[in-house]
Write a protein that binds this ligand. Structure first.
Ligand code: SF4
Length: 135
């Protein structure tokens, strides 16, 4: 009889411990799984961000692209490569069209988007001009 009670408690306790351990183990696995996914997600986002930050190699086709030295670009000293505007007194280190209020991000196409000050002609996200206005 004593042995039976011991067996009963041992079995129940043992089962409970196993369940508890399983739950803890699942909880840990779930936690580590989610953490791993979060880390991978951040890594992908960071990589995507790096890609988004990369300067476009060429202008998109089928849209009007603002050329340097023409019309408003000349007046506002626009450079497709914003780092070339360093000589300007209005140059802001690290700033470019992508961070400007006049850059219509919603219409971005291959790293270029319309600039409201350039008659909505497309400018490079890495460009810069004297009328840069921080977002
Ligand atoms: S106004 Fe802004 S978006 Fe337009 S060319 Fe100048 S810096 Fe770029």
């Amino acid at each position: 009889m004593i042995v039976d009670i011991h067996k009963h408690f041992y079995t129940e306790e043992h089962t409970m411990n196993e369940d508890t351990l399983k739950n803890e183990s699942m909880g840990r696995r779930s936690f580590f799984g989610k953490s791993l996914l979060a880390i991978l997600g951040l890594s992908v986002l960071k990589h995507a961000n790096v890609l988004a930050d990369a300067c476009p190699k060429s202008a998109p086709t089928g849209v009007l692209v603002q050329k340097e030295g023409e019309g408003m670009a000349k007046a506002l000293k626009y450079f497709e490569d914003g780092t070339k505007a360093k000589a300007s007194k209005k140059y802001v280190a690290g700033a470019n069209c992508a961070g400007c209020k006049h850059f219509v991000k919603e219409k971005i196409n291959g790293g270029y988007a319309p600039c409201k000050l350039m008659g909505n002609k497309y400018v490079s996200s890495c460009g810069f001009c004297d009328n840069f206005l921080k977002v």
